[in-house]
Ligand binder design. Structure first.
Ligand SMILES: Cc1cc2nc3c(=O)[nH]c(=O)nc-3n(C[C@H](O)[C@H](O)[C@H](O)COP(=O)(O)OP(=O)(O)OC[C@H]3O[C@@H](n4cnc5c(N)ncnc54)[C@H](O)[C@@H]3O)c2cc1C
Ligand code: FES
Length: 513
């Protein structure tokens, strides 16, 4: 029976559909046993998995099928159509897998199978002859936690220890400036995993600051703990917000945003504040502006550039983002720098005084490199890694915001601050520790959300000689291509998820040739 019962669309796949309805490479959305199911045909195989992405619930039926995988349209996670495995972050957990039987000229979904998220079902890496006994990961953020999970998913049974100075990591950091800050995401959505999850999977979490890395002795020193020996170590220490050093910056009304505690402090301050000055029109600064408008605060944004985000996204999207925020009531003070922060105001370099009972500074981040520098690792405005994410010290890998790697797509050594890239780096480093010998060649991807508009960006373009705009950002339907010498380096889109995925796939194929 086809229909739309209880939000379910398409045919009841447990009752079966005509096999001939699906050409090779095609898929259809239906339902079985009360759940949305994606049925796909790959060659002569009929495969079915849950149709809802395990990251934020994206509709997999609107994604793109590549071989026996499907990519999510929202943030480019990738799932195996054969077993539901989450092959690429940001999804960390599998979607359910459904058994499909051929009955005459029909295909019928017969049973649902669910697995533990860390079941050892990841396509096996080439196991090294001598597997490391002890893997230590410094930093339980995006990259570190994804690495720890991947070790178990690959069937690694040795010891895994994550060290983190924070009490609540890992959590959904991108949400801290978006729905969580706006009051639209409850606190229970923020941890990446439930209490007890790591313990249950044999991953030790040590809540301490790592202070020294001795690569000769293969030992990590911690504040208040015995040193931890390692056979392989992953550095994933992330980044710190840049402080401007303004007079008055140490006032308790002044906030930065990196951690859950920072976001909670801004939320607490916003409850009694009326007017916020955001210093910096960065992605984080502007997301904070949007979220605090949702809390009905008056929001003023101060930044030295003439157009927000123009350096990253070009003038067309910069103009759109500025007008989007202005429509929502944000007041910009562009071409201006803050001079000082006083008791009830922020004073700008032209003497303008902006009342402020809350100030948030979002002027970028600096990678946390102290441990890598102290250990004497080769540095290059970040930790220099090779294509396998190895540092200059043997058995030490660096991933996430701190790592500068050779990106085959742009042909440059790049360091980016993207959630998905950090997670995938962690996953690749984990597989390489187990002998996969896998080059890190994923196309960089990030997203940023402002009110009802989400911008997706694939590739990496620090400069370009041409921008090609197709569509109209004001209509929430646009793609912007950043080209150099006729080559697409990157694509930014608003509500053109299919195009974003297809450009990502084209970029992958271009380096495979
Ligand atoms: C508010 C906010 C919103 C964002 N939104 C987006 C977005 O929409 N899209 C996007 O692509 N990216 C976004 N990002 C960027 C993204 O979160 C980062 O790129 C990503 O978290 C980097 O992962 P990481 O593992 O390198 O570092 P982190 O996730 O920062 O983790 C590093 C961890 O290391 C720990 N640590 C550091 N030093 C030590 C030490 N010496 N000892 C012990 N522990 C240590 C820290 O406590 C931390 O838990 C956002 C960032 C922020 C702050
Ligand atoms: S919802 Fe699917 S990747 Fe985010």
């Amino acid at each position: 029976m086809a229909g739309q019962e209880g939000g379910l669309t398409g045919p009841d796949l447990a009752a079966g559909v005509a096999a001939a309805d699906l050409a090779p490479g095609a898929s259809l959305l239906g339902h079985a046993f009360g759940e949305s199911v994606l049925l796909a045909r790959v060659g002569s195989d009929y495969l079915a998995i849950g149709a809802t992405c395990s990251h934020y619930g994206g509709p997999l039926a609107e994604g793109v099928i590549v071989g026996d995988t499907v990519r999510c349209p929202w943030h480019h996670a990738c799932f195996s159509l054969r077993n539901g495995e989450a092959l690429r972050a940001p999804a960390l957990s599998p979607v359910p897998c459904f058994l499909v039987e051929r009955r005459g000229d029909r295909v019928v979904v017969t049973r649902k199978e669910e697995r533990d998220p860390l079941a050892a079902t990841y396509p096996a890496a080439n196991p090294p002859r001598v597997a490391p006994q002890r893997v230590v990961i410094v930093g339980a953020g995006a990259a570190g936690s994804a690495a720890a999970e991947m070790l178990r998913r690959c069937g690694y049974t040795g010891s895994v220890t994550m060290v983190d100075a924070e009490q609540k990591s890992p959590y959904d950091r991108p949400n801290l400036s978006k729905d969580y800050l706006a009051g639209n995401a409850p606190p229970e959505w923020i941890p990446l995993r439930p209490d007890g999850f790591y313990e249950e999977h044999g991953i030790a979490v040590v809540r301490a600051r790592a202070t020294r890395l001795d690569t000769a002795r293969k030992s990590l020193e911690l504040d208040g703990h015995e040193p931890i020996p390692y056979d392989a170590l992953i550095l994933a220490t992330g980044a710190d917000p840049i402080h401007l050093g303004l007079p008055g910056e140490d006032d308790p009304r002044v906030h930065y945003l990196r951690s859950l505690a920072d976001s909670d402090a801004i939320i607490a301050a916003a409850k009694s504040a009326k007017r916020v000055v955001v210093i910096g029109a960065s992605f984080i600064g502007l997301e904070v502006a949007a979220s605090l408008r949702a809390r009905q605060l008056d929001v003023h944004v101060v930044a030295p550039e003439s157009l927000p985000l123009e350096r990253v996204l070009g003038p067309q999207l910069g103009t759109f983002i500025k007008s989007l925020h202005e429509e929502k009531g944000v007041v910009f003070h562009l071409g201006r720098k803050p001079d000082r922060i006083e008791k009830t105001s922020v004073v700008l370099d032209d003497g303008t005084s902006l009342d402020a009972d809350l100030v948030v500074i979002g002027v970028g981040v600096r990678p946390r490199l102290a441990l890598a520098e102290q250990a004497g690792l080769a540095m290059e405005r970040g930790v220099r890694v090779d294509e396998y994410l190895r540092t200059s010290a043997s058995d030490v890998y660096a991933v996430g915001d701190i790592a500068r790697w050779p990106d085959p797509h742009s042909g440059q050594r790049v360091r980016v601050e993207h959630w998905v890239v950090a997670q995938r780096m962690g996953q690749s480093a984990a597989r390489n520790i187990l002998g996969a010998n896998e080059r890190f060649d994923y196309v960089p991807f990030f997203w940023s959300a402002h009110y009802d508009v989400s911008i997706n960006y694939v590739g990496h373009a620090e400069q370009w000689d041409r921008i090609v705009v197709d569509g109209d950002p004001a209509k929430r339907d646009v793609s912007v291509r950043y080209e150099q010498a006729g080559r697409t380096l990157a694509l930014a889109t608003i509500f053109r998820d299919d195009e974003s995925l297809r450009v990502e796939i084209d970029m992958e194929r271009a380096i495979a040739r």
